[in-house]
Design a protein around this ligand. Structure first.
Ligand code: SF4
Ligand code: SF4
Length: 228
């Protein structure tokens, strides 16, 4: 159940009328499936839209390229730190100011909520969210209804953690001089997610475990035989 952003097609929601500071001030993280959706949906090379960021060494979502190497992740590319999201249309008269609405990253789909296991509704509204107070209150009340969006986001994240773990298992044993590139990681991701696509069903419980098994046996470049 996608949440409507201001001026995006769809029924009025908490975002209606908000100038969307979230799209103009936040750095947006991009996880594996986010990258795939953007590249496929917009038909553009990944580095047109996305850049590589450094992740903490302990991050389960940070991929490395060789033994002892830094952990990396992705964010939406911005022309300068204070620039808005590259997919944001600055024209206030535009019919939909997110130009990639169906393909937007998961972080945009759940904002301003944050998943929380100890909350009966599964999430809370970020205290530092940039939403106007009235919108925050509406999101707060909508939490039970938005729970499927949160649950799906968390499950997708778990799948990506599994994928990164498979990659890192090999990368962490690879000497720097034989390390692979980010382009090769992205090419591998695109292939892997293409294999996962036919498994997807509305009910995650019906396919997520099968997806884990596919990830665990999906060939990695170090096994040879594939041109990544
Ligand atoms: S992808 Fe769309 S929703 Fe997300 S920050 Fe950019 S313009 Fe906003
Ligand atoms: S800041 Fe909050 S209310 Fe405004 S568009 Fe973003 S999510 Fe919606």
């Amino acid at each position: 159940m996608p949440r409507p952003l201001p001026l995006a097609p769809g029924p009025a929601g908490p975002c209606t009328g908000c100038p969307a500071p979230c799209c103009q001030q936040h750095t947006v993280p991009v996880e594996g499936y986010d990258l795939v959706r953007l590249v496929r949906g917009l038909g553009r090379p990944w580095h047109d839209l996305i850049e590589v960021d450094t992740y903490p060494a302990y991050s389960p979502r940070g991929f490395c390229l060789h033994a002892g190497g830094a952990r990396h992740g992705f964010v939406l590319r911005r022309s300068r730190p204070e620039a808005p999201c590259p997919l944001w249309d600055p024209d206030p008269a535009a019919p939909a100011r997110c130009t990639a609405y169906p393909h937007r990253p998961a972080a945009c789909r759940v904002y301003p909520l944050l998943a929380a296991d100890d909350e009966p509704t599964g999430s809370f509204v970020l205290g530092l969210a940039l939403c106007p107070e009235q919108a925050k209150r509406r999101f707060w009340l909508l939490r039970p209804e938005l729970r499927p969006v949160i649950d799906d986001d968390l499950a997708e994240l778990q799948l990506y953690v599994r994928i990164v773990s498979r990659w890192n298992h090999h990368a962490e044993r690879t000497p720097a001089q034989a390390g692979l590139s980010v382009d090769q990681y992205v090419a591998w991701l695109l292939r892997l997610y293409a294999e996962l696509e036919p498994l997807r069903q509305p009910d995650r419980g019906a396919w997520q475990l099968t997806a884990y098994r596919l990830v665990d046996r999906f060939p990695v470049p170090w096994q040879g035989g594939s041109d990544f």
